[in-house]
Each structure stands twice: as C-alpha cells, then as structure tokens.
Design a protein around this ligand. Structure first.
Ligand code: SF4
Length: 416
C-alpha cells in the first residue's frame, strides 16, 4: 500500500546475498528443545514458524533453549542480546558464547534466521525499498520511510509485508492481480524491520503492516511478529499499525489481544454496493458488520480505528461519497480518522488518479462534518508501487539473479 515510482528512483544498489547456511538437523535436535510450534492457518501453505530459527524467540524461550542444551540460563539472555541488540546474523559470530554452545546449537540445526538483502532501491527523498530473499528463493519487499517532524525528531517507518502475494484481489491493487504464494513466517516479518535498521543505521520507530498481503489472513504470524517487535526489538505497541481490508471474525480476534496498536481498516467506499465493486472480498463481510466490529474494537481497546480510503477518479471520489462516508462513520461512533490515498495508476487498471481539486473537496466535505482527515503525501518512492506495482515491473523484467537461485519468473514475488 506504499506507493513507489520508478521514475523517481535515484539509484539501484545491489547487495551481494549473504546466504545463510542451513545445517541439517541432527538427531540431537530431536531430543533437545525446539521452538514452539504454532498451528497453521487455513490459508497457509507452510508452517508459520520455522523449527530451529532463533529470530522471533523471546528471552524466556532462549533461556529455556540454553538450559536444554546444558548451559546456564543466562546464556539465553546473551543469545537474546546478540540477536536483537547486536543483530549478529550467524551463530559462528556469537563469539561471546562458548564455542561448545555454538557448536551444540549448530549441531542441533539452529540458525539465527536472518535473511539476505537482495537489492535496495533508494528515492530522492530517502525512502528505500528493499528486496529480501526468502529461503525458498521468493523475494519480498519492504519499505523504509524516513521522516523528520517540525521539532526535528527523526522517525523511521517500516512498511512490512505479511504474505507473499495476496489472495484478496482488490480491483485497484497490483499485488491482488499477482496472486498469492504463501504466508510469511514470523521471522520473515521481523527480518523486514531489522533489515531496514541495517540499511538506515537507525532504529525503526514505526511499523505499518501495509505491504503485500492481508495481515488478518496470517494473524498468528503477525501477532507473533508483533510480540517480538514490541518486546524484543522494543518498538512501542502504539507505534505499530495493523491494516486490513476486512476478514470476517478477525477484528474481534485481534481486539481480544487488547493491543495498544492502531487498527487501520481499508474501506474505499461509503456503501456496500460500491465497496463490493472495488473490494470483491467485501461480499462476505458486509459494511455494517465491519463497522460494528470496529466499534467493538474501540470499546475493547480504547484505540481509535483509522479508515483508509483510496480515491479513484470518478468512482468513489465525489463529494456525495464523502457526505455518505461521514454519515456512515458518525452512525458508528465519534472520533474516527480517515486517511485519504489518491490512487496511483497501475498498468492494466482502468482506474485513474483523482484531480487534486477533487481530493481537497473530498477532504473538506469530511472535515466540515467533524471527521478528521489526512491526505497521504506522495513521497519519493510513492508514485508507482501501491501494493505490488514494483513487483509487476520486476516480473516483466526479472531481476538478474543467479540462474540457480530463482526457480522461475513466477517465483519472484515482491511486496509493496
Ligand atoms: S489492497 Fe491489500 S488486501 Fe487488497 S489485494 Fe492488495 S494487498 Fe491484498
């Protein structure tokens, strides 16, 4: 959902892939501690937690692992420090740990789980898009967006993907057009944040689950990653936003976790009929049901829900739509916030970007009805990669990777 324009790209830097060496699991691995196994959601085609991956484990779990391998529990604390503070990527480089412990970890098949950055693309305003290579040779994309507020304090936002592709096929979305491969595992989500910190040499201050995929279809991994990002990487819950286009029963489920994070719901239309034409999956989740779930989310968490609205010229960008939207939001509560996203045209789509005048008129109509509004600014990379646009560019013109490392063009999957 972060939009990127290749026209505005300044440079392309290729970073050699430092491939993690996966050691076969020894018999010892079966007899010693293994990370918690999480159940697999119906939409997943792979386990959500890789066995024997350290990234994503809590300090307590790492302490237990150390003890299971015959070490004092404080060795687990050291492991935690090395993974999340020092960001050491290979067990071989855990030089603060006894060699025997490192050896036992490796013998048992453990890896840190860090992934190589395949390529970075930097825009004039400093926004960076990263391609990260997964162990199955798929590429996912994440975006780092630096910003400075009026007081001069720096913010670094990571826009992360939760799936490789997306099954929901929203009509304006390039990712939706590209199909769905699989859910991301928790360490693959966490990796995106750590990789941005590596590139910027700066801590990530905000995380938005607005990249490729529908986070609610991979809720288990998203929640695991959220826990780790909050407790281990130490990003405040209020600095994390989980975005959804709406999947029945999942907002309730998320609310039950009582996170202090923001829920962003992609509405894109003020009524059910228009919404179904833009978001086909809306058929199974009527607008009234979403709005009720959002109201309940607010009651449960005291966190205001933010509503995303992609403005499509001549489709949903008229003042009458804004009036209807204001009415809908006010029916279901107070203090709603709407984030307007002027559409960035994608190839193969009939939708057009709205005129600035229409965007401002839409925003005015909401504000005059006491709905707070922000209009997403087009940043350097914003102009052409609203969710999957960049992937489509790369799919037409595949990255020049080693022939034996990517299976086929269809295996190149990049988020936005
Ligand atoms: S907009 Fe989001 S939910 Fe819709 S198809 Fe794109 S990635 Fe999936």
């Amino acid at each position: 959902m972060i939009a990127v324009s290749t026209a505005l790209l300044q440079q392309v830097i290729s970073i050699p892939a430092a491939r993690a060496v996966l050691r076969p699991r020894s018999r010892l691995a079966a007899s010693v501690s293994s990370p918690r196994q999480l159940s697999v959601s119906s939409s997943s085609r792979a386990p959500q937690v890789d066995p024997n991956v350290l990234l994503g484990m809590s300090e307590q779990e790492l302490q237990k692992l150390a003890v299971d391998l015959g070490q004092e529990s404080y060795r687990g604390k050291q492991l935690h420090h090395l993974i999340y503070k020092r960001k050491v990527k290979e067990i071989d480089n855990f030089v603060q740990l006894p060699q025997a412990f490192r050896y036992d970890l490796q013998e048992a098949g453990w890896t840190v789980g860090r992934l190589p950055i395949y390529r970075t693309v930097t825009a004039a305003d400093g926004t960076v898009k990263l391609l990260i290579k997964l162990d199955d040779n798929r590429l996912i994309e994440t975006v780092g967006i630096p910003a400075e507020d009026k007081k001069g304090s720096k913010r670094l936002t990571a826009c992360v993907s939760s799936q490789v592709g997306c099954p929901l096929r929203c009509s304006f979305c390039a990712t939706g057009k590209g199909g769905f491969s699989r859910n991301l595992k928790r360490h693959e989500i966490i990796e995106q944040v750590l990789a941005i910190e590596d590139i910027f040499k700066h801590r990530v201050t905000n995380v938005v689950f607005m990249g490729m995929g529908e986070p609610m279809l991979n809720l288990k991994s998203v929640l695991e990653a959220h826990r780790c990002l909050n407790e281990d990487v130490q990003i405040g819950q209020r600095m994390i936003t989980i975005s959804t286009v709406g999947v029945p029963n999942t907002i309730k489920k998320l609310a039950s976790h009582k996170l202090q994070s923001t829920l962003a719901v992609s509405l894109h239309a003020p009524n059910q009929k228009l919404r179904e034409s833009i978001v086909p999956s809306a058929k199974s989740y009527p607008l009234a049901a979403i709005m009720k779930d959002c109201r309940d989310y607010f009651v449960e968490t005291s966190r205001r829900v933010s509503f995303e609205y992609a403005l499509l010229a001549g489709v949903n960008d008229q003042v009458e739509h804004a009036v209807e939207l204001a009415k809908l939001l006010r029916e279901w509560g107070r203090g709603h916030h709407v984030n307007l996203i002027p559409f960035n045209p994608i190839e193969g789509s009939d939708y057009q970007r709205p005129y600035k005048k229409a965007v401002l008129a839409f925003a005015d109509a909401l504000e005059s009805r006491e709905i707070t509004v922000s209009i997403r600014q087009t940043r350097g990379l914003d102009a052409s990669a609203a969710c999957g646009q960049l992937r489509n560019e790369f799919q037409k013109s595949p990255l020049s990777v080693e022939a034996n490392t990517l299976q086929s063009e269809s295996d190149i999957a990049v988020a936005c």
